[in-house]
Design a protein around this ligand. Sequence first.
Ligand SMILES: *Cc1c(COP(=O)(O)O)cnc(C)c1O
Length: 436
Amino acid sequence: MTQTITTNNNKTTLAYAQQLDINDPLAIIREQFAIPKQANGEDEYYFTGNSLGLQPKLAREYVIELLDSWGQRGVKGHFEGDHPWMPYHEFLTEQSALLVGGKNEEVVMMNSLTTNLHLMMVSFYQPQGKRSKILLEDHAFPSDHYAVESQLKHHKKNVDDNMLLWTPRAGEELLNHDDLYQMIEHQGDEIALILLPGVQYYTGQVLDMKTITEKAHAKGILVGFDLAHAVGNIEMALHNWQVDFACWCSYKYLNSGAGSVAGCFVHQKHSTNTDSETQVNRFAGWWGHDKSSRFKMENTFKPIPTAEGWQLSNPPVLSLAAIRGSLDTIKMAGGIKELRKKSIKLTQYMTELISSELGDKIRIITPSNQAERGCQLSLMINVEGLDGKAMFTALEENGVTTDWREPNVIRVAPVPLYNKFQDIYHFVRLLKECLQ
Ligand SMILES: *Cc1c(COP(=O)(O)O)cnc(C)c1O
């Protein structure tokens, strides 16, 4: 480990990056993924795992296995084979629970992210008297904003009066937690629900989910998190933090394919509550009904006393098969703890290389403190008169896939499952070239 060759101590060299890859215990996991190719046949430098994760080879294998089971068995595939469809979502529970720090009873894969946000708000946004507001961030992902707005309208609430927005201070990009805590302190008894991201999609900022939940609960406010950019990226402990609910998609850091089935966490204290006074309401469907009596086809809904009790329909198993492939790949890498260790090193290396090579041209708006960021860095281009969009396109022509957000931010996410330190080296080299 310590036999570093002196010439490689220069962090700006390719040799240094190569050495980091040689010393990386997770490097081998990249072979488990299909890596898109450049026109010249070389691997792309892929940094958009925060938008669409790459395909795990196991996802393909499990989907084909499922198609074969369907072809060979027809309806009997529900109950036969190594992975029958009837309990298929249960094969995903344990690994999903580990990713978010929930109990197995608190996690289920179902529907899509925005659908789950709505279902959760049906249960956890129950305006009463003057406690009628929902607090969210000002620049939430549009789907989350629309979902909140339409829930307010559904309850016949005036949107302007009841949507409380947490906004960064003038001239700043990041959210300041003190401002949120002030709102909770002073307007807490008017707030019914706080809905925030675990990791903000634009800046990559990690929010302090634990403290936010504590402070909100002290004022009688329920708390839900959108973990689209947090799951598979950072470590979480939703159960211990007492978070009421959370939702996430599975196609970003969970690499399960576009539009794949989403995840949902409901704290046990809610799913096991059978007290008719305080029990949360829900939109129900037959798949949330007690498994032992589901096929008696009776009219009395008896919810499963776990997160599964919020399921509506029998799930799209082809998508679940892809998720199983992805979760098995994450398990192979040693789980989120190991991934996070590498992720910190990747992102740290990227920040160092950017500041030494491009410090005057690029400003990183993502927090510099490791605890406040996941793998993503959001780069703001600080060059007068430069067409950022043109530069993004130039990067693409050189085999670098990044994500461009108006007005001038490039988001790059080095992902510990499949990105190499050398990818980062080449990214910074090519960015430097494009900026000249
Ligand atoms: C990716 C993302 C979505 C997308 O929602 P879908 O319902 O999966 O289309 C929603 N919210 C956030 C915060 C996201 O990052």
